[in-house]
Ligand binder design. Structure first.
Ligand code: NAP
Ligand code: FE
Length: 367
């Protein structure tokens, strides 16, 4: 431990993790307000069983449902939902779904109680937000415990995030059974997002002994699901560990943010439609190669904790589970210039230049 280092840690989310935690904790909902806006995607909340549990817990009490959040939510969508919240004078939000619904809910929580428009979220100080209960139905983003919301900004052809202590959910209710309905491909891509949070936070220049504790606890849990991912055979135990590791990833990035893999991944999602978790680990080879140079001890520790013998076999495990687009030179250059706009590049050890980023795109895009 470096004795000169200042350590800061803050996470105000009340976490309840376990099977049936929504039904077993009705009081949580009673204390939140009178008239919730329920924010979901089109189908996941219902398929998971979470929406029915919430409706039962609300005892058919008054609520408004906004169920049109798309994957990688757009600014225009959160503006639309916020108008609905204003119209019905909702006083709290219940977000049910993957990271898209949870992130959208954070933006809606702010817009619903201000005169800001969606783009203002990315530049203005946030003064107020409705309180949120977050109920994840995927195991990946950890959004239920983070102060981050990631939105797609069409005019900038990328995704941008905003962060505010005011959008930390008041409660995170995590029930692994809500992921039983998640198809295998989404289970893997979301799990890879969790893995990238755990790795990137561990490497981040902003990491501390506290954040690394979350990363290592999450990596240990993730390792218990590696076989299930390999065999495409997800049982209750592996889904439990994946949800737990995803939450740990969220707690880790709350302290540090992400690093280059996320910054590079956004263009793979925006221009090639790659699911977010795949988009990050698409870069695992050049990223870990860079880390071997700049953070060898941490790299070897991750590889061992994940149960692999070397970086190459760990990367093979990630890469064989995804479809990988090829990238030409002009794509690599364009995406690198967009990636350089992300602040997470600066949190990556080894002072990455634009030329380094172009090389990373080229290496990942030619394999
Ligand atoms: P998602 O986009 O929320 O959901 C992916 C798909 O899974 C959707 O089609 C959804 O359907 C479906 N789905 C969700 N739960 C389901 C279930 N239990 N059963 C069946 N289908 C289900 O995926 P995600 O990976 O969780 O979230 C990705 C977003 O989070 C990205 O925008 C990413 O940038 C962001 N993110 C945020 C943070 C953060 O800290 N805030 C961190 C990393 C990533 P429906 O849409 O029909 O419901
Ligand atoms: Fe992520």
């Amino acid at each position: 431990m470096c004795l000169q280092m200042e350590i800061k840690s803050y996470n105000p989310v009340r976490i309840i993790f376990g099977i049936d935690c929504v039904r077993n904790n009705m009081d949580v909902f009673k204390g939140m307000g009178r008239f919730p806006l329920i924010v979901t995607g089109r189908s996941g909340a219902k398929k998971s069983g979470a929406f029915d549990d919430v409706k039962d817990v609300l005892k058919k009490g008054p609520h408004v449902l906004y169920d049109r959040i798309e994957e990688n939510p757009k600014i225009s969508t959160v503006e639309d939902a916020a108008m609905m919240s204003k119209k019905f004078n909702c006083d709290y939000i219940i977000a049910i779904g993957g990271g898209s619904a949870l992130d959208a809910a954070k933006a809606i929580a702010v817009l619903a109680v201000s005169s800001m428009n969606g783009m203002d979220l990315l530049s203005s100080k946030i003064e107020k937000a409705l309180p949120i209960i977050a109920i994840p139905t995927t195991s990946g983003t950890g959004s239920e415990v983070t102060p981050y919301s990631i939105l797609t900004v069409d005019q900038w052809q990328t995704k941008k995030s905003f962060a505010s202590d005011l959008v930390f959910p008041k409660y995170a209710l995590l029930d692994p059974k809500y992921t039983y309905s998640l198809p295998d491909d989404y289970t893997i891509s979301t799990a890879f997002d969790a893995a990238s949070h755990l790795f990137e936070s561990y490497f981040s220049l902003r990491s501390t002994n506290i954040s690394m504790m979350y990363s290592l606890e999450g990596i240990k849990a993730f390792e218990k699901a590696v076989k299930a991912i390999d065999k495409l055979n997800f049982d209750e135990e592996s889904r439990y560990y994946l949800m737990y590791s995803s939450m740990m990833g969220g707690l880790a990035i709350t302290h540090t943010g992400t690093t280059a893999m996320h910054a590079l991944g956004y263009s793979m999602t925006y221009f090639h439609n790659m699911p977010h978790g795949f988009a990050n680990l698409y870069f695992c080879r050049p990223y870990f190669k860079h880390m071997l140079k700049h953070e060898i001890q941490k790299t070897l520790h991750i590889v061992a904790q994940m149960g692999f013998t070397d970086v190459g076999s760990m990367c093979n495990f990630f890469l064989r589970n995804m479809e990988r687009p090829r990238l030409d030179k002009s794509m690599c250059e364009k995406y690198a210039s967009l990636a350089m706009l992300q602040s997470s590049i600066k949190a990556t050890p080894g002072e990455l230049t634009e030329a380094d980023i172009v090389s990373m795109y080229k290496e990942a895009g030619s394999l």
